[in-house]
Design a protein around this ligand. Structure first.
Ligand code: ZN
Ligand code: ZN
Length: 398
């Protein structure tokens, strides 16, 4: 097996068609055009240069897929200035060759360290970095014991994550699709939002509707938190039955071709009390103000502060205990964090959520979440499903 430096050969790669032309009809395993992976590799290598590493191991599934196109559940990328290797076991060989044409695919059998020894020797490596927030202590010990005589392993912060913050048009399209699937599914289950249905049944119906519309999975476990449970910001669905007068927080997201969506709606079963309406309006106002503020140049922390001030001024600051939002892409929670400490400057092409909430123990809570794309002039909302606290009788309700 020769591991000589591989030069990218664009001519020999399959033509993946136009940027927005995939998946093409009949294509069972769609991939964005290969040039995207060339660009990502170039950008990643620039990050490697800045970090001063000659070789990088990538194990996080989201980074592996982002850089190579391979979305199998196990495998390792090894990227150097001049080579790009994808090491997989027997189960993924065919898939890896198909999905990652810009990587040299190498099959390993256990233990992986023996294959790595050959590879490190062949590439003449002295140092190899790894994702310090992902590799376990146990894994590191194995590498250090078995290969420490050959190379030095260097922990580094996740270099790929910074690249993933800025989405390309092909990624934005997939997030848009994921959001649209979730929107349609929510509209479909609106008539079920009545007293008598359990949180769990509601979640199941919503998830089924998303799957039927093409979601490959859920972006996270669907949250349905009703009545007093609505004060749990992340209350996953239970057997509790919805009752008239309940506030119900529903937080849901689809995954479409590897990309997530994220959306929250809060509804009242029946007519809301003045206080329920007041808290809802306040949360809505905080969100509106934040959405208006989002544009390139503002920091993530500043957007959070703007929304937080609206809620604090009405005395509910203590009841908004989480960040305003987060980046969304291959992971439902990624950088940047619209929160107090994140000084990331927002740029066109970032996708973030704006999700203020107020939670009052014993009473319930309200959260409204939109997924937005930062544009050159402001932001575009990607979540379009019904907003508003009251469910009217013809579309659902008690
Ligand atoms: Zn959410
Ligand atoms: Zn969210």
């Amino acid at each position: 097996m020769s591991l000589a430096i591989q030069k990218f050969n664009r001519k020999s790669r399959p033509n993946r068609g136009q940027l927005y032309g995939y998946p093409r009809e009949g294509e069972f395993d769609p991939q964005p055009p290969g040039d995207i992976y060339i660009k990502r590799l170039e950008q990643f290598r620039a990050k490697m240069d800045t970090a001063g590493t000659e070789a990088a191991i990538i194990l996080k599934p989201e980074n592996r897929a982002y850089l190579s196109g391979f979305d199998g559940s196990a495998g390792m990328l090894l990227i150097t200035r001049n080579s790009a290797l994808l090491l997989v076991d027997f189960r993924y060989i065919e898939q890896a060759k198909h999905q990652a044409p810009y990587f040299q695919v190498i099959q390993y059998s256990q233990p992986l360290s023996e294959t790595l020894r050959t590879v490190f020797l062949d590439l003449n490596l002295e140092t190899v970095s790894f994702e310090q927030d992902y590799v376990t202590w146990e894994q590191y010990e194995i590498w250090a014991n078995k290969l420490g005589d050959l190379v030095e392993f260097i922990p580094l912060p996740d270099l790929t994550q910074k690249l993933r913050m800025l989405k390309g048009p092909e990624e934005i399209e997939l997030v848009r699709q994921a959001a649209s699937i979730a929107d349609q599914a929510f509209l479909e289950i609106l008539p079920l939002l009545r007293a008598g249905i359990s949180e769990r049944d509601l979640a199941v119906e919503l998830e089924y509707a998303m799957r039927r519309r093409g979601a490959q999975g859920m972006a996270f476990e669907t949250i349905v938190a009703s009545g007093p449970r609505a004060s749990y910001p992340h209350g996953t669905a239970t057997e509790r039955t919805l009752q008239t007068g309940d506030l119900v927080i529903i937080d849901f997201g689809a995954v479409y071709q590897g990309y997530c969506s994220d959306c929250t709606r809060t509804v009242c079963i029946g007519l809301p009390t003045p206080k329920q309406q007041e808290v809802y309006n306040l949360v809505q106002k905080a969100q509106d103000v934040a959405l208006k503020a989002i544009s390139p140049g503002i920091t993530a922390a500043e957007v959070d502060a703007i929304a937080r001030q609206v809620i604090s001024e009405q005395g509910y600051g203590e009841n908004f205990g989480h960040s305003l939002g987060h980046g969304v892409g291959r992971l439902v929670h990624e950088e940047p964090t619209l929160g107090g400490k994140d000084q990331t400057i927002l740029k066109a092409g970032m996708v973030v959520t704006v999700e203020p909430g107020v939670y009052l123990p014993g009473w319930g809570g309200v959260r409204i979440e939109e997924l937005v794309l930062v544009t050159d002039v402001g932001c575009e909302i990607l979540t379009h499903c019904r907003k508003g606290l009251t469910i009217t009788s013809e579309r659902g309700g008690p």
